[in-house]
Design a binder for this molecule. Structure first.
Ligand SMILES: [Ca+2]
Length: 363
């Protein structure tokens, strides 16, 4: 759910979309008659809209006619197609890190944490996910709720579902889920919802499918409001991590200084598939002690002073379920550590949890 990206799998999928396909989609939209843009979804064959609407109705959503009426309000936005066609960030870590690890964002996290301390510590204990990880996610996604997206979600999802062939099935599914969510899961009527150009919503930038699967009612009013209820937002992010397998008290990542003739590790990726013991044999001994049997993987970051080598573990992988970029995961984790530091707690890198008198964490 990066800067303005969606939660879950989207970012990774986006980065894999070829520019050629994206430009093809853009060409299609540009080729549409002006009138089509002006009147919304008119350029989509009526049969396709009707089939979609009938599918939503059959799945227990609003009636076919109601869905069609809402779709008629959707506006195709060439700016959405342009945004999604933009090549995914290929910045090296040394240029990516400064975007998120700013004093302003760290201080914003401290303010947010202090303001909602009781809630955050309670939710952290309940879900077994460190409070500063939850705070960091909200900070990276939306600057603590300040930038939640200015696109109409209906426009975003309709545009991408019906006019972006490379990812149409995914966005069609998300649009369908949006209609199925209903009033209990959305703070506003569908045609008034605002979000990212990819349709991600609220302080944690949840896609409709993530709201359906992971959103939680944190304040007990039997509704889920990811725009206005901080308890709902915090509980939902914590639940997202918990449900994706966050290991309470387990490490996230650990620096390594490889030996000169360290073996190349390939493939390497986000999934922890090599034991720490194996990595040590290959020339990557962690700086601090880690259980030799713990599963890990190697991450190499292009930093200011040359390459940085890291062993990453299951919890690093879990962060990446929010956004498939390893840079994203590292930024969230380091921001979380900095926030913990400013709170007078220290996020122990060997346990992945905050410790200290002020932490108040049960996780
Ligand atoms: Ca609620």
């Amino acid at each position: 759910m990066n800067i303005q990206q969606k939660p879950d799998t989207l970012f990774d999928r986006l980065r894999n979309v070829s520019t050629a396909l994206a430009l093809f989609a853009l060409a299609l939209i540009v080729a549409l008659p002006m009138a089509a843009s002006a009147v919304g979804m008119a350029a989509v064959p009526e049969s396709e809209q009707r089939a979609f609407a009938a599918e939503v109705a059959a799945a227990g959503g609003p009636s076919t006619d109601s869905v069609l009426a809402t779709l008629a309000e959707a506006r195709i936005q060439s700016s959405i197609l342009a945004a999604i066609a933009r090549p995914a960030e290929k910045k090296p870590w040394k240029d990516y890190r400064p975007i998120f690890l700013t004093d302003e964002r760290v201080d914003g996290g401290r303010v947010f944490y202090e303001e909602h301390r009781e809630l955050l510590d309670r939710i952290a204990a309940e879900y077994g996910v460190p409070a500063e990880i939850i705070v960091a996610i909200i900070g990276v996604e939306t600057r603590y709720g300040r930038i939640t997206g200015s696109y109409r979600v209906l426009d975003a999802l309709s545009t991408l579902a019906f006019h972006y062939p490379p990812r149409a099935p995914f966005f069609r599914s998300e649009l369908k889920q949006l209609f199925l969510l209903g009033d209990m899961h959305l703070a506003y009527p569908i045609d008034e919802l605002k979000g990212s150009y990819a349709g991600a919503m609220g302080w944690g930038q949840f896609m409709p499918s993530s709201i359906a699967s992971y959103a939680r009612d944190g304040d007990g009013d039997s509704r889920i409001d990811l725009w206005n209820s901080v308890p709902d937002i915090v509980a939902s992010v914590a639940n997202y991590f918990s449900r994706h397998g966050w290991e309470t008290g387990a490490p996230v990542a650990e620096r390594v200084h490889p030996v000169a003739n360290a073996r190349r590790v390939e493939p390497n990726g986000l999934e922890p598939v090599y034991s720490v013991e194996q990595m040590e044999i290959w020339g990557y001994a962690p700086v601090s002690h880690v259980d030799p049997q713990r599963a890990s993987n190697l991450l190499v970051l292009e930093a200011d002073r040359g390459d940085e080598y890291w062993l990453t573990f299951k919890n690093f992988y879990v962060i990446s379920r929010y956004n498939r970029s390893p840079l994203y995961s590292m930024a969230v984790w380091q921001l979380a550590q900095k926030i913990a530091q400013t709170m007078g707690t220290t996020m122990d890198t060997t346990t992945g949890t905050a410790t200290g008198a002020a932490a108040g964490m049960a996780g």
